[in-house]
Design a protein around this ligand. Structure first.
Ligand code: NAP
Length: 502
């Protein structure tokens, strides 16, 4: 992504959607969107000013009371229509997603399905935004807990799943009666804008959904610090999550933060080894290693290392890396030059420290253009190495050998992150131990992700706050209100002070 005052990309000039209108940047500045396979500019989007971001928030604020006034089932009909349109345009959307992000087309298609499923799933909650009715301590009173909308939601999304992450925020926010301003990553804004176009076609009233494009430091910061915002829901790095927490402290909006991960992948001698190998490949190299729940450090039972590691290396070598639009491609390029360089820095540092790059570590010989990086496996790594402690958002994985299952669990938990974890064993005691002792928001036991809609996607430690997906995720988009309702014919305060002298 680069920014210019006059866009070079004359074709595909995308616009932002504010209060039901498609608008350009008032600063007349645009952000170029680059295809990571070809390194070519494929489109440009406006660089919103702070003033325009504010206008989008004001539009959402104005639209909110009427949107809240609709019955949830009425709001749900818009969500269902959006899902139908996304499915109708699946192939077109998948190609746009691959063009701006670089994932293989088969993965892009699955992501578009996932985006539609989010709208369908939350549409189904229309009759299930349930509160509570509770007995009161006082006669002839009822206590009711309601779940009310928060108001205006600012949604901020990353580039690795630009369709699914935005759908996962818009659907629960909208069904619960909130209105939204959404800001995609500057690397991959097209998928969000295309989705919002379909939401316009689905008939969402003006102002209910708005999209602004621009950097996190300007547009994102305005969304976070503006007092109109009642909830910030952001998916991205832990660093950006921390900045959002600091900047939002002026007015304390509610926060949902889905942040970085460093998933451990434990494989024990009693596992179904061929299956564990297949899963290990998918869990690390899916989306070119750019998935928050990707396996990022492998702990292999010492007893099977001589069998497991060479086979894992052989399978990784066989992955087909190339044009993501071509059938048969397993890995496309990384999303940007900067992200590729960050992964390269990890590899170079590891080599300096004497770790062994078993395979990979470079550009595949067949690709002279694009931000490609070979699947890279590094051995001889220590638990305290940055390769094990820091998030590597690319196709690079360190392998450690471990002598006991308890030690593997200790190593897994020795992390500032706590999003996803993987365990492969057929022993039921080990399974239960892993479920209870691995302190991560998700454990995939004898299987891999992605997470499902009905599961709560949530991070321990610095992997985040709140949840997405499931009924628990839905609740994060509401605020609780307790009502004490008196139905006494002769109301009296006597119940307050039962021991007072008459
Ligand atoms: P990122 O750099 O943190 O950016 C995420 C979004 O936040 C972008 O739209 C970015 O805008 C915006 N942003 C950055 N700084 C901001 C600030 N100070 N205030 C407001 N907004 C700000 O993350 P990324 O590189 O796009 O995505 C990769 C990261 O996302 C990884 O760490 C990954 O683990 C994490 N992730 C987590 C989950 C999860 O569910 N836990 C899922 C997917 C990804 P610009 O980039 O346009 O400036």
């Amino acid at each position: 992504m680069t920014s210019t005052s006059v866009a070079r990309a004359s074709a595909n000039r995308y616009r932002m959607y504010i209060s039901g209108e498609w608008v350009d940047s008032e600063k007349e500045e645009r952000i170029e969107v680059v295809n990571p396979t070809t390194e070519r500019v494929i489109a440009s989007v406006p660089k919103a000013s702070r003033e325009q971001t504010k206008e989008a928030l004001e539009a959402a604020e104005k639209a909110q009371p009427k949107w809240e006034d609709l019955a949830p089932i009425q709001r749900a009909s818009f969500l269902l229509k959006a899902a139908q349109l996304i499915r109708r345009d699946k192939e077109r959307l998948a190609k746009i997603l691959t063009a701006e992000q670089g994932k293989p087309l088969f993965e892009a298609r699955a992501e578009i399905d996932g985006a539609a499923s989010n709208f369908e799933y939350y549409h189904g909650f229309a009759r299930r935004i349930e509160g509570d009715v509770l007995p009161s301590d006082n006669p002839r009173q009822t206590i009711m807990i309601l779940k009310l909308p928060i108001g205006v939601v600012a949604s901020i999304t990353p580039w690795n799943f630009p369709s699914a992450t935005v759908a996962r925020k818009l659907a629960p926010a909208l069904i619960t009666g909130n209105t939204v301003v959404t800001k995609p990553s500057s690397n991959t804004p097209l998928s969000t804008i295309e989705m919002v176009k379909l939401m316009e076609e689905a008939g969402f009233p003006k102002g209910v959904v708005n999209v602004v494009t621009g950097s996190g430091s300007e547009v994102g910061e305005e969304l976070v610090t503006n007092k109109i915002t009642g909830l910030v829901t952001m998916t991205g790095s832990t660093e950006a999550g921390r900045a959002i927490m600091e900047h939002s402290s002026n007015h304390l909006p509610k926060l949902i933060l889905e942040l970085g991960g460093k998933a451990p992948f434990i494989v024990w001698h009693d596992a179904d080894i061929p299956w564990a190998l297949k899963c290990a490949i998918w869990a690390r190299f899916w989306n070119c290693g750019q998935t928050c729940i990707c396996s990022e450090r492998m702990y292999v039972d010492e007893k099977i290392k001589d069998k497991f590691v060479p086979e894992f290396v052989r399978m990784a070598k066989n992955l087909r890396i190339g044009d993501p639009l071509q059938p048969g491609t397993d890995l496309g390029p990384m999303v940007s030059r900067e992200e590729r360089q960050t992964s390269m820095n990890f590899i170079e540092k590891a080599e300096e420290e004497g770790d062994k790059v078993i395979i990979g570590g470079d550009r595949p010989p067949s690709r002279d253009k694009g931000w490609f990086l070979e699947p890279t496996i590094i051995g001889g790594v220590k638990q305290q190495s940055p390769l094990v402690q820091d998030e590597i958002f690319g196709p690079v994985v360190p392998i450690l050998e471990v002598e006991s299952f308890d030690k593997a669990i200790d190593y897994a938990n020795d992390s500032k992150y706590g999003l996803a974890s993987y365990v492969f064993t057929k022993d039921s005691t080990r399974v239960l131990k892993a479920m209870n002792r691995i302190k991560f928001g998700e454990s995939y036991i004898n299987q891999v992700g992605p997470e499902q809609l009905q599961g709560a996607h949530t991070g321990f430690r610095q992997s985040g706050l709140g949840a997405e997906g499931s009924k628990y995720g839905l609740e994060c988009y509401t605020q609780l209100k307790t009502c004490y309702v008196d139905w006494n014919d002769k109301p009296s305060l006597s119940y307050l002070f039962p021991y007072r002298d008459k």
